[in-house]
Structure formats: structure tokens, C-alpha cells
Write a new protein. Structure first.
Length: 451
């Protein structure tokens, strides 16, 4: 049996398959260009210079993370300022509710019909979240000024309505664009939009590092160390994301009157089964006080919030402890939602599959829980190390990190998923061509027999 690489090489001679692949790739590129163009369309009524100065004064926390995910659109306060974060939040909440609410759990069992209903509910929830966030941010901007220059020169209902509708519409357009990429392109559209928003900041960060080296602000050896560290961290992420704990299984197979034969296979459990969701959730919660304090910390009665935000700012010991605890908690929590050991044990029992040395049923479920807990522990430690490494490095050297732990993790995982889906598409095209040729030969053979 030919390997995946050999199958891909065989398809290179299939011009029809390459033509379809080319059109899909061009569609993805075109959609990402539209995303980048829209990130430069400003919301009417905002002073761009004052907005940029305001973000510089309140840099750090959740604001920087949103600005990174949106490709700098929040810094320009464009119509894509919120990015796809409301859609991601709505999707994650709907996933959690789908495992806890009985009505949604039954809806998931309806197959394609239930999936479409849940997708529609997610879209409605996205509109609500985007409208609330747009209204909140727009209302707060009306009271800010930098150096005596108002961020919103003409505040009022007109600006509030226009900005809220523009930001909400921008989020809905990106949600639609991501779905189109998924259907007509290659890969997950929402993930590719976030990927594009993050990597656009990489060239600017590289240029800034070279400028710091040329001006003497950064030692050349430190710059080389940062490059080696980034490459090593990328290789480490790829290694762990491909890591699996394979549980051996034996399937009973009957051969007529012959004795029962055992067919051996394995059940793969990923080391990082929860992906980057624990990091995103933990970042949002641990940096929420600093984000609120940046808006209301100067008002009377909110001094305690400013002190709390300072203690929970990146680099402090309390931040690292709290952030690490949240990552570990969400890693276990989300893994428990996505992997049901009882259901897996029942499926194995129905398929006449057993784990050597483990009785089917309850003992199999208990065994899978134990293995999953140990694997998830190392996966959470991996997420914790990748996320906190930039903060540890910043203790010794200050450098513009365009790709922090969370950003680098997202970029590498999305790139790996894109390449995997690209290979799957090539292989499926080869199988389709082989089936068509087989059907044509069978049809010609049947005609000869009739004649």
C-alpha cells in the first residue's frame, strides 16, 4: 500500500485535481486580502492619532491580545476591530452548553439537522456578543482624550449608533467570510483569519529587533538567542502537537468455522487534546481586571481595581501563579467535555474491541479516565510552559514580541492543520480519479459481455 506522500506525488499528474486545488488556494488568498483591506477601513467619527495614542498609554492586557488577533485593526479602530473573537467566544460557550444542556445535547444527536440548528444559534449569539462589546467600547471611547485631543470629536447618539452598527457588521462579515473559506477553500476559515491577523505583525517585530541591534539598544548575541529560541519553540510545539498516547486494542474477527482471530489496532489520545482554548480562556480571565482598570481606574472608588490589575499584570509572580492555575483547570475541563470515556467504552464494546488486560464496560471507562488524566497533565504543563516563556524572557530582556506564547501556539497549530487538510484533499482527489477510472472500465467490460 502506497504511503500518503506517494499518493500525493501521483496526483501531481492529475491536472483536474490540481486545477481545483489551485482555485481553492486562490480563494483563500483572496479572502485573506479582503480581510486585510477591511482592517484599514476606519469607523466614522474616531480620531486615528488620538486612538493610537490611547492604546499606547493603555498597552498590555486583553487589549493587546485583541489587537494582535485582529491584525492591528483595534489600534486603527477599523470596522474589523473586534475581529472574530465574539464568534469564537460564542462557539466555545455553545460547545460547553452542548454537553451540559439536555435540549442541546439531544439536538447534537440529530446529525446534520441538529448541527445546522446549533450553528444558527451560534450566529445569533455572536450578533448579541458583538453588539454588546461594540456598544461598551464605543461608549467608553466618548469620554477619553489624549493630550487634550478627544478620541471622539463629536460624541453622541449618532456616533454611538454608527460605530456599534459598523463594528457588529464587521464581525458578522468576518464570520461569513470564515465560513466561505471553510466551504470553498482549504482549512478552517476562522482559524486562518486569526492566523493572518497574527503573522502580519511578524515583519514589523523583526525590523524592530534589527533597529534595536543597529542602535545599540539590543546586543547582537541576544538577538541571535531570540531567533534560536523562536525556532526551537516552534519545533517543540510541532513535536508535542503530534504526540499521542496509543492504547492497544484487539478486535475479535470470525473466519467462518475457523477459530476467532484477534486484529490489533490502537486508540490514539493526543497529548494536547484541548488545543489553545485553555490559554485563551485563562488570558481573558486573568487580564480582565487590568482591562477594566484601564478604563475606570482613574475614577474615584476604583483604586483597588488598579492595584489588583498591577499585581495581575504579566511578569508578576501572582500573575504567573493565577494564570498557570487557570490553564491547568481549563485544560482538564475542556478535555472532559470533548472526550467521554463512558461513551468510548460503550463503542468499543459494541465493536467487540477490548484493551488487553482490561475488562469491557466500566473497567475500560475507568482505565481510559486514568490514562487521559495523566496525558492531560503533561498537556497542561506544555501549554503553561509555552504561554509563560515570553514573560520569563522579558525578565532579562525587553523586545517587541509579536508572537508571544499564545500567538505562536495558534500560528503553528493552524499551519499544521492547513497542511494536513491540504494533503487530505490531494489524497481524496486521487481516490476519486481511481474510482472513476474503475467505473469506466467496469462499464466497458459489461458492454463487451452483452455484445
Amino acid at each position: 500500500m502506497s504511503s500518503r506522500q506517494e499518493q500525493v506525488e501521483k496526483l501531481l499528474g492529475n491536472k483536474k485535481g490540481l486545477s481545483e486545488l489551485k482555485s481553492r488556494i486562490l480563494f483563500v488568498i483572496g479572502a485573506l486580502i479582503v480581510f486585510r483591506m477591511g482592517s484599514f477601513l476606519p469607523v466614522p467619527g474616531v480620531n486615528p492619532a488620538a486612538m493610537a495614542a490611547l492604546l499606547d498609554q493603555n498597552s498590555g492586557g486583553l487589549i493587546d491580545m485583541f489587537n494582535m488577533f485582529s491584525g492591528g485593526a483595534l489600534g486603527r479602530y477599523s470596522i474589523f476591530a473586534l475581529g472574530v473573537m465574539p464568534y469564537i467566544t460564542a462557539s466555545i460557550i455553545m460547545q460547553i452548553l452542548g454537553h451540559t444542556v439536555p435540549a442541546l445535547r439531544e439536538m447534537k444527536k440529530e446529525g446534520e439537522t441538529g448541527r445546522r440548528k446549533i450553528t444558527q444559534y451560534t450566529r445569533y449569539f455572536t450578533i448579541v456578543l458583538a453588539a454588546v462589546q461594540s456598544f461598551s467600547i464605543t461608549s467608553a471611547l466618548q469620554s477619553f482624550d489624549t493630550g487634550g485631543i478627544a478620541v471622539v470629536p463629536q460624541p453622541g447618539f449618532g456616533f454611538l449608533f454608527t460605530a456599534t452598527v459598523s463594528l457588529t457588521g464587521g464581525t458578522m462579515f468576518l464570520m461569513w467570510l470564515g465560513e466561505q473559506i471553510t466551504e470553498r477553500g482549504i482549512g478552517n476559515g476562522i482559524s486562518l483569519i486569526i492566523f493572518a491577523g497574527i503573522v502580519v505583525g511578524l515583519p514589523g517585530a523583526v525590523v524592530s529587533v534589527f533597529q534595536m541591534v543597529s542602535e545599540g539598544q539590543l546586543n547582537a548575541l541576544w538577538a541571535i538567542f531570540l531567533m534560536v529560541l523562536a525556532l526551537g519553540l516552534t519545533a517543540f510545539i510541532v513535536f508535542v502537537e503530534r504526540g499521542q498516547r496509543r492504547i492497544t486494542m484487539q478486535f475479535a474477527r470470525r473466519g467462518g468455522r475457523q477459530a476467532t482471530q484477534a486484529q490489533t489496532s490502537y486508540l490514539p489520545l493526543k497529548v494536547n487534546m484541548s488545543g489553545v482554548i485553555p490559554v485563551i480562556f485563562a488570558s481573558s480571565l486573568v487580564l480582565f481586571p487590568s482591562t477594566i482598570a484601564s478604563f475606570v481606574g482613574q475614577k474615584e472608588g476604583f483604586g483597588w481595581l488598579t492595584n489588583l490589575s498591577q499585581q495581575l499584570s504579566p511578569g508578576n509572580t501572582l500573575y504567573m501563579i493565577f494564570f498557570g492555575a487557570l490553564i491547568v483547570f481549563f485544560a482538564y475541563f475542556y478535555t472532559a467535555l470533548t472526550f467521554n470515556s463512558d461513551e468510548t467504552a460503550d463503542n468499543l464494546k459494541r465493536q467487540s474491541a477490548v484493551i488487553p488486560g482490561i475488562r469491557p464496560g466500566k473497567q475500560t471507562s475507568t482505565y481510559l479516565d486514568g490514562v487521559l488524566n495523566r496525558v492531560t497533565f503533561w498537556g497542561s504543563i506544555y501549554l503553561l510552559g509555552v504561554s509563560l516563556l515570553p514573560d520569563v524572557v522579558n525578565q532579562f530582556i525587553t523586545v517587541p514580541f509579536a508572537l508571544g506564547g499564545t500567538g505562536l501556539l495558534i500560528v503553528v497549530v493552524v499551519a499544521m492543520d492547513f497542511m494536513a487538510q491540504l494533503q487530505n484533499h490531494l489524497v481524496s482527489q486521487q481516490y476519486d480519479s481511481v474510482l472513476k477510472k474503475s467505473n469506466i472500465k467496469n462499464y466497458q467490460r459489461s458492454n463487451k459481455i452483452r455484445r
